[in-house]
Write a protein that binds this ligand. Structure first.
Ligand code: NAD
Ligand code: DAU
Length: 347
């Protein structure tokens, strides 16, 4: 499939979130002929300001809505003559899924199912953004392959695995033209500060303690969001319909190594580190084999160390973006998640 016969009218669900907004900016930059309709519920993680520089662009439209609202999804696709749906919309934070799991089923499972139904009804291609968490944690001598069984271990991961399998089932049962990408941990601009890298960077800048779960030796592949966007683009343009592709760097580091990079980049003291009570069911290691995507022409631009350092720098240079978040509703969540964990450990 080439750019010419690929849709130039995209519905990007969750386009006001972290990866979705980076993808919209990247896509419009690379495909000037495109029209993008962002369809977003604007939850706490979905922020209009993530695309502030683009709202005046006539190629971009925002529709505020829930992916579970079948009538609104259908009418939006019809009115806007959409032929490709790219589904980023999700509840995405593992810790939030432990505190309140049901909304994860509503959005990630039922919401994705509604998108599949509309795609089936209207004959649309659907690309679904999945995650490496669907594989569960992987042993030290293995890298997850696209053909591996899905063994999710948190409510978030289980909801993403269910969505991933529904997408696969629609390809088999109805012949729906779908593709799936399973991404590693992304870092970069506009990531909501509940996630580890932006949380640690913003805490360090504010001089607050860095709450590392457990021994901090859990391993993640911290990939730059730019490389996730180019990976999705590669699959949209050159991927095989019906196939799944892993997107990551294939190289992981421990959380303690990640913290060192954040603190060193920001010139902050390592004395801020606190080992706190672990996340229940905390996956020890994610690691994916990304050869299948490389075989269709994709290469990551960033090394994970560079990706983490670049992300930390962005938070230092963009305090006006995250300060209002940190002082608002986020504070309530932060206290619920960390007050007890940090009690007695503060300097
Ligand atoms: P995010 O939490 O920053 O953004 C999610 C977006 O979805 C927000 O704009 C939110 O308003 C929107 N949304 C939530 N519920 C909705 C609903 N019911 N209807 C419409 N919109 C809704 O998430 P992110 O980190 O950008 O992740 C985007 C996608 O990528 C998710 O599907 C996630 O599972 C997947 N993913 C994330 C990572 C990562 O490291 N962040 C890695 C791999 C895959
Ligand atoms: O792997 C892809 C996934 O990456 C995505 O599907 C998820 O949407 C995204 O949230 C992310 O999940 P993780 O749970 O891996 O990311 P998080 O940033 O929450 O945590 C990264 C690591 O840091 C993890 O091992 C837990 C640890 N951590 C996290 C927080 C928030 C801490 O030690 N302390 C913390 O306060």
């Amino acid at each position: 499939m080439t750019t010419d016969n690929l849709s130039s009218r995209l519905l990007v669900t969750g386009g006001c979130g972290f990866i979705g907004s980076n993808f919209v900016r990247y896509w419009l930059g690379q495909h000037p002929e495109s029209r993008v309709v962002v369809y977003d519920k604007l939850t706490y993680a979905g922020r209009r300001e993530n695309l502030a520089d683009l709202w005046d662009d006539p190629r971009l439209l925002l529709v505020v809505g829930d992916i579970g609202d079948q009538d609104l999804v259908r009418s939006t696709c019809q009115q806007e003559k959409i032929d490709l749906v790219v589904n980023f919309a999700a509840e995405t934070h593992v810790d939030q899924s432990i505190l309140g799991p049901l909304v994860f089923t509503d959005t990630n499972v039922r919401g994705t199912h509604v998108l599949l139904e509309v795609a089936r009804e209207l004959g649309l291609r659907l690309h679904h953004i999945s995650t490496d968490e669907v594989y569960g944690h992987v042993r030290d001598d293995h890298q997850s392959m696209e053909t591996d069984p899905l063994l999710p271990r948190s409510p978030y991961a289980a909801s993403k695995a269910a969505a991933d399998q529904l997408v696969g089932a629609y390809a088999i049962t109805y012949g729906l033209p779908v593709t799936i990408t399973r991404g590693a941990n992304n870092v970069g601009p506009y990531q909501y500060p509940e996630k580890a890298v932006p949380l640690f960077a913003t805490n360090a800048i504010l001089g607050e303690p860095i709450p590392v779960y457990g021994d901090g030796l859990h391993m993640r592949d911290y990939a730059h969001v730019y490389d996730h966007c180019t990976g999705i683009e590669t699959v949209l343009l050159h991927g095989q319909i019906g196939e799944v592709y892993n997107i990551g760097t294939g190289r992981e580091m421990t959380n303690l190594d990640m913290v060192d990079i954040v603190l060193d980049t920001l010139g902050k003291s390592h004395d801020l580190i606190r080992h706190v009570t672990d996340r229940p069911g905390h996956d020890r290691r994610y690691s994916m084999n990304v050869d299948k995507l490389k075989a269709v022409g994709w290469q990551p631009k960033y090394d994970p160390k560079e990706a983490v350092a670049e992300a930390a720098k962005w938070y230092a240079e963009n305090q006006t973006w995250w300060e209002p978040i940190r002082s608002g509703e986020f504070r309530e969540y932060y206290d619920r998640q960390y007050a007890e964990r940090l009690a007695g450990l503060e300097p």
